[in-house]
Design a protein around this ligand. Structure first.
Ligand code: MV4
Length: 495
């Protein structure tokens, strides 16, 4: 068994990993930047080392420094969390060469999945359905025009070195193709250092559905069902849920089996996600996320599997703790990402000091966070405050609980996107499960709804900021506030 894990990350995911370590009797080592001296994760760890200045390039992305601290502290494993070095094959290789276990797939698999053209080709070989498109890198405009004649417009040009939506260009007619190809290659080169691009048929209104996978070092792989992540804005997911309202148990069994088989095919070790577009009842492979994801708790809530503990067991050479037939999807879970951003001002980041903080609790609620009262969210990183995850016996109960929890949540001092989540939780189409990747732009009433919600809460907010300054009876007040808010408008869900 791994005995000591260095967590090469920050914030809530660093704490999430350290909590799993603590339950397993594994010691934890934090590395933090100068901006994170007061962060909770650095205090939670058994040991903590400052590794450099605030910019991530000089701290959390500094491979040499992270490896050096791992060696000095005697860590025999490194968990990369998500983002930063999580899918960096060079980092995984450096760990392999130093004899430190990287808690994730091998550098070979990271390389294979990191190049999206290679990943697509591997998935085709493994029998996974992909979006109609090119199998090779497209370089020449004439060649592109010929290829798209077979696919048909509209198409989408994607950088092979990318993923997550950055630098993609939609092309609706042949006249635009040559220029679009050139500009996408240019963006690909500057953003990812690789000019390779590929072309796919563009699906106009898909749902974003991903399967959670676990593979061990013995060649076993299973799936833990799907998550629907259609509510996103500029490639940032805001709400995720499992199961997807669009997926039947037959479809889940069929696609999950295909995804797990593909994981075995490439020799996938650790936790990972296979991302699909879902359109007209069909799944199309997009890419593999070779890491534990932000939204993994949604799957943990409906399956009862601790995904991070499984990662640590797998990294220690142990086989999977469960078989496919042991996996049951129980009830419904949903996650709202609570961000320090102003949803009424184009979602601009609003880092700063949290003057008052009270998070929701009670039945079916989980809050993963790295903040506390009087903590200052630094401006250098992702402005996520917390993840609010709820479980319900069905989707309707999950939504009711999410509403209840959002109205209990008190964050004083910085603007945040709770009004956005409150507005979505009472959106008729959301309640019916009618989701798609263009949900936010299509639902034009959301802004008006957020304004109404914010106005309604103004008097309360003024009262709360005063009381929080006095630090008095915070929990009681938050509860009263929640009851008051709920009483304003009785809500019923019919999903
Ligand atoms: C697509 C697509 C439609 N058709 N691929 C966005 C995230 C990344 N993983 C893949 N993405 C997409 N891929 C095909 N063949 C639509 C998206 C997409 C998107 C693309 C460009 C700009 C905004 C977008 C928002 C949601 C989904």
């Amino acid at each position: 068994m791994i005995r000591k894990v260095l967590v090469a990350n920050r914030g809530e995911i660093a704490i999430r990993v350290m909590r799993a370590c603590r339950e397993m009797g594994i010691a934890s080592v934090a590395v933090y930047s100068e901006a994170d001296k007061e962060a909770l994760f650095a205090k939670y760890a058994d040991e903590a080392f400052c590794i450099g200045p605030p910019p991530a390039t000089q701290s959390y992305l500094n491979i040499q420094k992270v490896i050096q601290v791992a060696k000095e502290s005697g860590a025999d494993g490194i968990h990369p969390g998500y983002g930063f070095l999580a899918e960096n094959p060079k980092f995984a290789r450096a760990c392999e060469e130093e004899g430190i276990k990287f808690v994730g797939p091998s550098s070979r698999v990271l390389e294979l999945m990191g190049d999206k053209i290679t990943a697509r080709r591997e998935m085709i070989k493994a029998g996974v359905p992909v979006v109609p498109g090119t199998q090779e890198c497209v370089t020449d405009p004439g060649q592109a025009i010929d290829l798209v004649k077979e696919i048909g417009y509209p198409v989408i040009i994607k950088p092979s070195g990318g993923g997550g939506g950055i630098g993609m260009t939609i092309v609706s007619s042949e006249g635009e193709l040559a220029n679009a190809l050139k500009s996408t290659q240019a963006i690909a080169t500057t953003t990812f250092g690789l000019c390779d691009v590929y072309i796919e048929k563009y699906l106009p209104h898909p749902r974003h559905i991903e399967f959670q996978l676990l593979g061990d070092s013995k060649g076993n792989a299973i799936h833990l069902g799907e998550r629907e992540c259609s509510i996103q804005r500029r490639h940032q997911k805001l709400i995720e849920e499992s199961p997807s309202p669009a997926v039947t148990s037959e479809m889940r069994a069929e696609m999950g089996a295909i995804a797990a088989k593909a994981a075995r095919f490439v020799g996938y070790e650790s936790a990972g996600t296979m991302e699909f577009l879902f359109s007209d009842g069909k799944f199309y492979f997009l890419e593999v996320n070779a890491r534990v994801q932000v939204e993994h708790p949604v799957t943990e809530m409906v399956t009862g599997v601790d995904i991070v503990k499984e990662q640590l067991r797998i990294a220690s050479g142990l086989p999977l703790n469960l078989k496919q037939e042991d996996v049951r999807i129980n009830g419904s879970a949903m996650e709202c990402r609570i961000n320090a951003e102003d949803p009424l001002n184009d979602f601009v980041p609003t880092p700063g000091k949290i003057k008052g903080y009270h998070s929701p609790g009670g039945a079916g609620i989980r809050v993963d966070s790295g903040v506390y009262t009087s903590y200052t969210i630094p401006p250098f990183y992702d402005p996520m405050i917390s993840k609010l995850i709820v479980w319900g016996k069905d989707r309707s109960e999950a939504i009711t609980r999410m509403r209840r929890a959002l109205y209990e949540y008190v964050i004083v001092g910085i603007k945040n996107n709770i009004p956005f989540h409150k507005a979505v939780m009472e959106n008729p189409r959301f309640m019916k499960g009618e989701l798609g990747t263009h949900f936010i732009e299509h639902e034009t009433t959301l802004i008006k709804d957020m304004k109404r919600i914010t106005e309604r809460e103004k008097p309360l907010e003024e009262k709360l900021s005063h009381l929080f300054e006095e630090k008095k009876r915070i929990a009681a007040i938050a509860t009263v506030a929640a009851v008051n808010q709920m009483a304003l408008k009785p809500q019923r869900v019919n999903a």
